[in-house]
Design a protein around this ligand. Structure first.
Ligand code: PHE
Length: 438
């Protein structure tokens, strides 16, 4: 037990929930979800997405948290404890590798956010023409070393929090950033709903365009659900491993899963009214929040504060997710290799910074890393975790991992059937689609 307490623990249930929500709520919610909703036609896609979260996301989230809490280890150690000397440990390895890969480019995009935070701080948007604003992004992309600088800043912030430990660093940071993030989001929502484009934006979001929903949309929704809930690489195993048996896991999984979804949808309700108020293109793709949104900020009343609030919110979202990515990698070196946490966070953080440089120097490489992670690493990890939970662990092992009264027999059966049949099939379909099989 000595070893367990030396690893660190959450100091409160709410601290854990905010940290898990902080991991889940990230660029995926504010940057990616709105633009794919824009591309796949609003309400119909949102409904589909909610279905994926309920049927696949929350069951896998619960499985990861359960494995973490039961073993009190990082993903590699967790599989070693549950099935010693079996190849399943590869699932843990895959998670650590994914942590390296994802954080290396995630921190580059996080760096763009910091740059835009700086631009809004020095009031660079107001009064500029749309062409000048679009040029700001091209300008950033044309200065690779500026991107490396912001990548470095992003990694430094992440390392500083993680090196302080689970409760004094990660939990404390999330306890400040997450409530502020919600407040900023609500403030921006009230503001956005009063702009001229509010009704067009709402109509776009609320009127289902079923004809845009096909197999591609379903798979996009599934992949997005995994990425947005931080699943498939053991983030939630790691965060679950700092929990005691007292925390109600089923409730926590629902809270985190639905809370993350709510933030994504609210972000849509902030963005689309602004998009329609200024005749921007709702399906503008990945550039939506960098290339086009500041055009709206340039012309709105009170734009200085609105832009600032938006990029503070986005910085918090990116940072709390980056923290969880670095934590997975660190937890492995702390638990399994006996490194001190401070050394682990500085050494590994520096390595990830170096690995991120190619993504900062070229957008193609960033796209490649993103594709590698979201199309292959995370779905593969999620598939392995679902199969391990549904087919390798026995039903008795699973029941015993829950605390008394934490899950009713009925809900247990429902969860078990979902994780055993629905989740693996859903993820396999993502793969077949990627391989171009249908
Ligand atoms: N969930 C985060 C987001 O939506 C990204 C992430 C993926 C974080 C995987 C950790 C692990 O931005």
């Amino acid at each position: 037990m000595q070893r367990t307490s030396a690893r660190g623990n959450w100091s409160s249930a709410i601290g854990f929930i905010l940290a898990a929500l902080g991991s889940a709520v990230g660029l995926g919610n504010v940057w990616r979800f709105p633009y794919i909703t824009g591309q796949y036609g609003g309400a119909a896609f949102i409904l589909l997405y909610i279905g994926c979260v309920l049927a696949v996301g929350i069951p896998i989230l619960l499985a990861e948290l359960l494995i973490g809490r039961r073993t009190q280890r990082n993903p590699v150690g967790a599989f070693r404890i549950l099935r010693p000397r079996s190849p399943w440990v590869v699932t843990g390895w895959l998670g650590v590798v994914s942590g390296f890969v994802i954080l290396s480019y995630y921190a580059v995009v996080g760096g763009w956010v910091l740059h835009y935070l700086y631009l809004s701080l020095i009031n660079s948007f107001s009064g500029k023409s749309p062409e000048q604003i679009t040029a700001l992004f091209a300008n950033l992309n044309g200065q690779p070393w500026l991107q490396v600088f912001w990548l470095l800043m992003m990694m430094l912030l992440t390392i500083l929090v993680v090196s302080r430990g689970v409760s004094r660093g990660i939990e404390a940071g999330n306890k400040i950033m997450m409530p502020l993030l919600f407040l900023l989001l609500l403030g921006l929502l009230v503001y956005a709903l009063q702009t001229d484009g509010a009704s067009a934006g709402l109509e776009f979001l609320l009127r289902p365009q079923w004809h845009k929903i096909g197999p591609a949309a379903v798979l996009e929704a599934l992949g997005q659900a995994l990425f947005s809930l931080s699943l498939g690489m053991g983030t939630m195993v790691t965060y679950g491993s700092y929990l005691s048996r007292q925390t109600h896991l089923v409730r926590s999984a629902f809270f985190v899963g639905l809370g993350d979804t709510l933030v994504a949808i609210l972000a849509g309700f902030v963005l689309f009214p602004l998009v329609f108020s200024f005749g921007l293109e709702p399906s503008a793709g990945p550039g939506l929040i960098f290339r086009t949104l500041p055009i709206a900020f340039a012309q709105l009343p009170g734009s200085y504060l609105v832009a600032l609030a938006f990029f503070v919110l986005l910085s918090f979202a990116a940072l709390t997710s980056a923290i969880s990515l670095l934590e997975v990698v660190c937890a492995y070196f702390v638990d399994e290799q006996g490194w001190a946490r401070k050394n682990a966070s500085w050494i590994l953080g520096t390595m990830i910074f170096v690995l991120g440089i190619p993504s900062a120097l070229g957008e193609q490489f960033l796209g490649f890393m993103d594709g590698l992670a979201t199309n292959y690493l995370l779905p593969l990890g999620a598939l392995l975790i679902a199969v391990f939970t549904g087919w390798v662990l026995t039903r008795d092992e699973l029941r015993n991992a829950f605390s008394a009264g934490e899950i009713s027999p009925f809900r247990f059966m429902g969860w078990w059937l979902l994780i055993r049949f629905i989740s693996p099939v859903a993820v396999i379909l993502i793969f077949l689609h990627q391989l171009g099989l249908f």
